[in-house]
Design a protein around this ligand. Structure first.
Ligand SMILES: Nc1ncnc2c1ncn2[C@@H]1O[C@H](COP(=O)(O)OP(=O)(O)OP(=O)(O)O)[C@@H](O)[C@H]1O
Length: 769
């Protein structure tokens, strides 16, 4: 019976595949034609650009023609790239046209309707859907519904229907490998096989096996602030990528991929996830790490990165920690805003605008302009008006300067070619008289010369944000637990660092907020969605600055409070309350993901056991080896052992990652093993993740996963107390199939005796306790 059913389904697959084949041929033809045409136009374009011009008129005419051709080329290229994407989707569909089938019956309808669901929709020539896109409203039934009455959202409102059958397929190269009917969201068997596969260089899309609660994240269109608190390996990153694909489909007329920005934890991660959206036929969103974002906004300063800060964290005194906590709080950002709102003209640190080593606009002049605007309007508005006034005055100065001798001399020395260049689009003889033409040219010369002044005004360089911030630090009310003297010392450290063009990370968000708030600048109003992965590594102050910088965005924040590397663990509710208070948004929602998919059952069970609230984590039932704990007496022994374990692991797995607490440890290990084991040491600047043996500090492995993980030196010495629990937990949960813990000396107290029960870990001790 089952075979008969499978045979029937295979016949349908064959039919659909042959239709896809035909479509591939016709699309390929269309693509070839488009390609030939683009090439032809490009050729004409490049022939034209190499013409020699003698007459200005010729040049103007040709330039209009070139503009037209450039537009044509870009339209043709876009068309060509659409066809290319279609072709690649069709090739993917051909291999696996769909993964799901639902049979539904609408009220009052005599017959069932059968729909097949795949990574993209596919219609036959009559417009009948042979495959429905997984993002279509009706497809949500496949992910959410159990058999019986079900509802799904459509643009016209909620629709009801009866789900009679749900069938899952695994189709490889056009052949059904596996199929079964289920009442579950997506049955465990399919998941088993998806998760059992070895790690690829790139993250895979999970559309065939999206789980119910992940589907809630993916299809949420109502929340302005969606916070996802998910345990390690619960599919947070996967869910956001599918969510982005969903949003692009859902709002395809109004949303472009580059109106979505994702803040990712490191550069390796950016690379790791870069194939998911293209595999779903969508363009990638913008991706940036917080460090890159800040660097870009504080050009000229050497900004301390999160990782640099982490590497030196051990040396912090309790007071320094309190100071950092204060600077990273919502309260501190509110203080910044309050300070800015109450600034008088005399309290603003204006700077001179310098040109050719002389003062062009003095700070006194600038201050008096600012002071001239009514005090009833906001500081930002007064600053903005000051900027406009400076531009007006600059224009006046340009006009005034045009009559000067140096300008006349320069005009007289212009070559014909240069003269025509300066006319820029104006034909010779177009002006009333020669004086007008000369005035035009003179103005151009002066404007070009004074462009630096214009840029300085435009970029608000007439405010000194560093002095302003230092002044704020002096005046801000301190919480009781912060010592005044220690605060003053921190302020002098800030000033000293600025002298050397560098700044600590904790000062960046408040300083940028202050600068941009006063200058009413730094806001991107085109971005519509903002995603933050690993949100537990961001301070509220940083998130508040992002909120300021992207005011029109809906937010999705994802994280796992247990994986806090850079600060202490916080409870999800605490985080949400903080965010709600800091952002003051309507429609916020918290979704928790408790089931962990990445690691085998034994690894997740072990990982759970080291957390105080570990019982909340649900391990996905996938078989595998027990984690191994090997206790060794010293570094040399540990290295020798590593040299044995790694080749053994490599004979089974594509990637073996040796994860350390910090870069210093990673370097030590790498230096000793790389010649023997052909290992790669990964650094902050690396963007690609090779296969083989990798050595890296855990902060570079955030969000990533490896077939086999070796946790380096999990000893009491190296992980003495619970401030490092997040670090250890993150290391352990990077392992998909195999986990080894190497401990130099007695094992960390973070792994309790209970966790070490033999049912959970295979233990080998070469030293006595
Ligand atoms: N529904 C699913 N179907 C198939 N695979 C899934 C599913 N959900 C998650 N996975 C897999 O589980 C692994 C972990 O997913 P992901 O990296 O998205 O989790 P995460 O919550 O972001 O993890 P972490 O916080 O630990 O970095 C990935 O290999 C992903 O492909």
């Amino acid at each position: 019976m089952e075979n008969k059913e499978q045979h029937k389904e295979q016949l349908r697959v064959d039919k659909v595949v042959s239709k896809i084949d035909k479509k591939i041929i016709s699309t390929k033809d269309e693509f070839d034609r488009a390609h030939t045409e683009t090439k032809k136009v490009q050729q004409t374009y490049s022939d034209n650009t190499s013409v020699n011009y003698f007459e200005v008129d010729d040049r103007i005419e040709t330039s209009a023609e070139l503009q037209q051709q450039r537009g044509l080329v870009s339209r043709l290229t876009e068309n060509e790239s659409i066809l290319k994407t279609q072709l690649s989707t069709l090739h993917d569909l051909k291999k696996s046209p769909y993964f799901g089938r639902i049979d539904i019956q609408d009220d009052g309808q005599p017959d069932d309707e059968t729909l097949y669901i795949g990574i993209a929709s596919f219609e036959n020539a009559d417009g009948e859907f042979l495959v429905y896109d997984w993002r279509a409203p009706i497809s949500s039934i496949y992910y959410n519904g159990t058999l019986g009455q079900v509802a799904y959202d459509t643009p016209m409102g909620e629709q009801k229907t009866t789900l009679k059958k749900k069938r899952q397929f695994q189709i490889v190269n056009g052949q059904i490998r596996n199929m079964f009917d289920t009442n579950e969201t997506v049955g465990d068997e399919m998941l088993q096989s998806a998760l059992g596969a070895q790690n690829d260089d790139y993250m895979q899309n999970i559309v065939a096996t999206i789980q119910h609660e992940q589907n809630d994240i993916i299809r949420d269109t109502k929340s302005n602030l969606l916070v996802v608190q998910g345990v390690a390996g619960s599919g947070k990153t996967s869910a956001i990528l599918q969510r982005i694909a969903f949003l692009l489909y859902h709002s395809r007329d109004t949303l472009e991929a580059d109106q979505i920005i994702l803040f990712s934890p490191n550069k390796l991660f950016s690379h790791y996830i870069s194939e998911v959206l293209p595999s779903l036929g969508e363009r990638n969103m913008r991706q940036v790490t917080f460090d890159e974002f800040i660097d870009n906004r504080l050009k000229g300063l050497n900004v301390q990165s999160l990782f640099e800060r982490y590497e030196t964290d051990d040396a912090l005194t309790p007071q320094q920690k309190l100071i950092r906590g204060f600077k990273e709080s919502a309260k501190f950002m509110d203080n910044v805003k309050d300070y800015c709102n109450h600034l008088s003209a005399s309290q603003i640190f204006f700077s001179d605008i310098i040109f050719n080593e002389a003062v062009f606009f003095s700070k006194e002049e600038i201050r008096s302009i600012f002071d001239g605007f009514p005090k009833a309007i906001t500081v930002s508005d007064r600053f903005f008006k000051t900027k406009n006034e400076l531009i007006k005055r600059l224009k006046k100065r340009i006009n005034h300067e045009t009559g000067k001798d140096w300008v006349n001399d320069e005009i007289d020395q212009l070559s014909n070619e240069k003269y025509h260049d300066l006319l820029a689009g104006h034909a010779l003889g177009e002006f009333q008289n020669e004086d007008d033409e000369r005035f035009f040219i003179a103005k151009k010369i002066v404007t070009d010369r004074l462009e630096v002044v214009y840029d300085a005004i435009f970029n608000n360089n007439f405010l000194d944000p560093y002095l302003q911030y230092a002044n704020f630090l002096k005046t801000v009310d301190l919480p009781q637990n912060i010592d005044q003297k220690k605060w003053q010392q921190a302020t002098s450290e800030f000033n000293d660092a600025i002298e050397f063009h560098s700044i600590k990370l904790d000062d960046c968000a408040p300083l940028l907020y202050m600068r941009d708030y006063i200058c009413s600048s730094g806001q991107n109003n085109t971005m519509k969605y903002l995603f933050v992965d690993e949100m537990q590594d961001y301070s509220v102050a940083q998130l508040k600055y992002l909120r300021y910088a992207f005011p029109q965005t809906k937010w999705t924040l994802l994280g796992d409070s247990e994986q806090a590397l850079f600060k202490d663990v916080e409870q999800p509710k605490e985080i949400l309350n903080k965010l709600n208070a800091a952002f003051n948004v309507r429609h916020s929602r918290l979704i928790s993901l408790k089931r962990s998919y990445r690691s085998t059952y034994p690894i997740t069970t072990f990982a759970k056991s080291i957390l105080p609230n570990g019982d909340d984590i649900e391990a996905f039932n996938r078989d595998g080896d027990l984690p191994e704990l090997i206790v060794l007496p010293n570094f040399d022994n540990a290295i020798k052992r590593l040299e044995k374990i790694v080749p053994k692991q490599r004979s089974t797995y594509g990637t073996v990652a040796i994860l350390t607490k910090n870069m210093e440890e990673a370097k030590q290990v790498y230096d000793r093993i790389h010649s023997k084991l052909d290992a790669t040491l990964l650094k902050d600047a690396d963007r690609t993740l090779p296969k083989g043996v990798l050595v890296l500090p855990i902060y570079l492995a955030k969000g990533l996963e490896f077939d086999s993980v070796i946790a380096w030196d999990t000893s009491e010495n190296n992980y003495p107390d619970e401030t490092l629990l997040g670090t250890l937990y993150t290391i352990i949960t990077r392992a998909m199939h195999h986990l080894t813990l190497l401990s130099i000396g007695d094992v960390t107290p973070l792994i309790s005796d209970q966790s070490l029960t033999t049912s959970r870990v295979k233990i080998e001790r070469t030293i006595k306790r």
